[in-house]
Ligand binder design. Structure first.
Ligand code: M6R
Length: 628
């Protein structure tokens, strides 16, 4: 939620600061696209230069073309997902201090903004917007002037720290001050901020996408830390001014990975990266003898052996990946696996012991609900392992251990390749537990790993062979008012995920159900031509599941439903009963979610495109949900 960028260069007046901000905002726009704005400072300026516009970044760029801003040495830029105040020009960031010397941008929610505003108003400060951010801007202006009165010199770094100590809630704040036109200062509490290290220049960003076009060298800023960048110099302190040493890392993907690369949308590109996301997540996690090696997670085998329960905490798509993994891990490791929506978890007094392994799954590594659940689990003495796709983000930093998915940057708001990568990583964790606990024979583990390694090719088969059928189905069902998605066993979370995709990008009312629930209520929704999408398990193996799902298809068909099945190639029963079939190649039941989700991702995307909707930036949503 909200994308933030800051830049400090060596040259006192140039167009680079603005260029860096606009370029970075383009890459961060997936975090929020209600409005965008920039502020600049340069030696000799009396007041900060700024511009902001409601709507997409392109509106701001248009406005800057008509009325350009002057050259500068430093700049900050913001793209907003509105929390306080409607999306509008006036509520857009930056917000400016009363004397126009300071500009400030913010991600998060300042919970004590009303009280602070009340005090400021009683001192004569005036407000034009409905945002908590303007309160911070006015407050920072006041504190900065107090410091000048006290010491005779401006000190924006100290002013930001003093302000940070007064704020409650969640925030990343960046500010510039014309009286110190070569620095940008930032502070973070429960909201992300990373530093990019350039040659004689430095960057600040909500995530590395902000500056990866300029540098891959980065620093992770810790909780309750403030940072000052001044050309190539970076200073990090806590909010009391004690110098801190942040962790250095090198970004492991190129700027081109966060570009469309010829695809019509990021979502299209990312769905087509599903096979690679699985393959990359498997890479490098085996010893020469083929056994699984998860040394990178830095948890002793002894500790893993002692684990007697797993609780997965996650939201949205990540929670469905955890739900799929539950079936596999319980089967392989014979310990209970609970899957809990992170926002429900800490409010129900969960039973956590030192032998519970809490697995926090998050693509962004910033989801506030998941972060809060993680903290709760650690406070209760449980170990937390993060499955995450984003280096330098908060969740892996605060977890005891991390298993990275290597899906590459996911830009489209709808999560796709992250889902298959999360399942893959969770499966590796399950098999590793089975290996160290000895709940499976080595040969059995090797067989499953072989199946897993075969999945990228099978996903590719779906992408190569089913696209036309899926597109035709989307065209046929474009005017449907609602959809039902049904699945059993691992097909159930896949049904939930397919339903989520369709709601979030095609805005169609859609519900996912366990197929067994059908007769307990949902079947009442089925009327003539109601589309029902059914995930059909393989007729081989556990065919009892298959037969039951075929009965479910017959039941809804008998009531007029239009049935779409995701089924194994050549399944004769499905051919007999389903109106449309998205085929998958043969694979073991526990592997099927990795392929079955792919046609559902394509179906949602095609439907949204046919409706002329923006598939990458659906309404009301943002990629990283960094507020509770
Ligand atoms: O970054 P995370 O994986 O923690 O995000 C969790 C959910 O917010 C996310 O999966 C969301 O449901 C997606 N928009 C689904 O496509």
């Amino acid at each position: 939620m909200c994308g933030i960028i800051g830049y400090s260069g060596q040259i006192s007046v140039s167009t680079k600061p603005l260029e860096v901000c606009l370029q970075g905002l383009g890459r961060l726009e997936y975090r929020g696209y209600d409005s965008a704005g920039v502020a600049l400072a340069a030696p000799g300026m009396e007041e900060v230069a700024w511009k902001k516009k409601a709507g997409r970044l392109s509106n701001l760029e248009e406005s800057l073309k008509k009325n350009p801003l002057p050259g500068a040495q430093v700049a900050i830029g913001h793209t907003r997902w509105a929390t306080n105040g409607v999306p509008s020009d006036v509520n857009a960031h930056p917000h400016i201090s009363q004397d126009n010397k300071i500009a400030l941008i913010h991600n998060g929610i300042i919970e004590n903004a009303a009280a602070l505003k009340f005090d400021l108003e009683s001192e004569g400060y005036t407000f034009v917007s409905a945002t908590d951010t303007e309160v911070a801007a006015k407050l920072l202006g006041k504190i900065a002037n107090q410091i000048i009165e006290e010491t005779g010199t401006p000190n924006l770094f100290e002013a930001v720290r003093r302000m940070a100590r007064m704020l409650t809630g969640a925030f990343t704040i960046l500010a510039v001050d014309v009286r110190q036109p070569d620095i940008v200062v930032g502070a973070r509490h429960d909201s992300p901020l990373v530093v990019g290290l350039g040659d004689g220049e430095s960057f600040l960003g909500s995530d590395v996408a902000a500056f990866v076009a300029y540098t891959k060298e980065a620093l992770e800023l810790g909780q309750d830390q403030a940072v000052q960048i001044q050309g190539g110099n970076v200073t990090v302190t806590d909010f009391d001014g004690n110098v801190a040493t942040p962790k250095h890392f090198t970004v492991d993907w190129d700027a081109s990975a966060a570009e469309k690369g010829g695809w019509p949308s990021f979502m299209d590109k990312e769905i087509h990266e599903d096979p690679e996301a699985v393959a990359q997540t498997l890479l490098g996690r085996f010893d020469l003898d083929g056994s699984l090696n998860l040394d990178e997670v830095h948890i002793d085998e002894e500790v893993f052996r002692s684990i007697d329960k797993i609780i997965v905490i996650a939201c949205g798509t990540a929670s469905y990946a955890g739900f799929v993994a539950k079936y596999a891990i319980e089967h392989w490791v014979r310990i209970p696996v609970e899957v809990e929506l992170a926002h429900e978890f800490r409010y129900r007094d969960p039973i956590l012991t030192p032998r519970t392994l809490v697995v926090a799954i998050s693509q962004s590594g910033e989801t506030m609900d998941t972060l809060m659940a993680l903290r709760h689990a650690r406070e209760q003495g449980s170990r937390v392992l993060a499955i995450c796709n984003t280096q330098g983000s908060t969740i892996p930093r605060e977890a005891d251990a991390v298993l990275y998915t290597h899906a590459g940057p996911e830009i489209a708001v709808a999560s796709t390749k992250a889902f298959v990568a999360q399942i893959t990583a969770a499966y590796l964790l399950g098999l590793y537990l089975a290996q160290v606990k000895g709940t499976m024979y080595r040969d059995e583990i090797q067989d499953i790993l072989r199946d897993l390694r075969a999945m990228p090719e099978k996903i590719q088969w779906v992408l190569d062979n089913q696209a036309d059928t899926i597109h035709d189905a989307a065209q046929k069902l474009i005017n449907a008012h609602s959809f039902l998605f049904l699945g059993r066993h691992v097909g159930y979370p896949v049904a939930l995920e397919g339903a989520l995709k369709l709601k979030e990008i095609a805005y169609t009312f859609t519900e996912g159900f366990a197929a067994g629930e059908l007769k307990h209520g949902p079947i009442a929704l089925v009327e003539e031509d109601e589309p029902v999408v059914v995930i059909v398990p393989s007729p081989r193996g556990r065919n009892i599941l298959h037969d039951k799902i075929i009965s479910n298809i017959q039941e809804v068909k008998a009531r007029g439903a239009f049935t779409v099945a995701v089924a194994e190639e050549g399944d004769p029963d499905v051919e007999q009963y389903a109106d449309v079939i998205f085929w998958r190649p043969q694979c073991p039941t526990l592997m099927s979610p990795l392929v079955d989700v792919v046609p559902l991702q394509l179906f949602a995307m095609d439907t949204a495109e046919l409706k002329k909707l923006d598939v990458d930036k659906p309404r009301n949503l943002a990629k990283s949900v960094t507020v509770e």
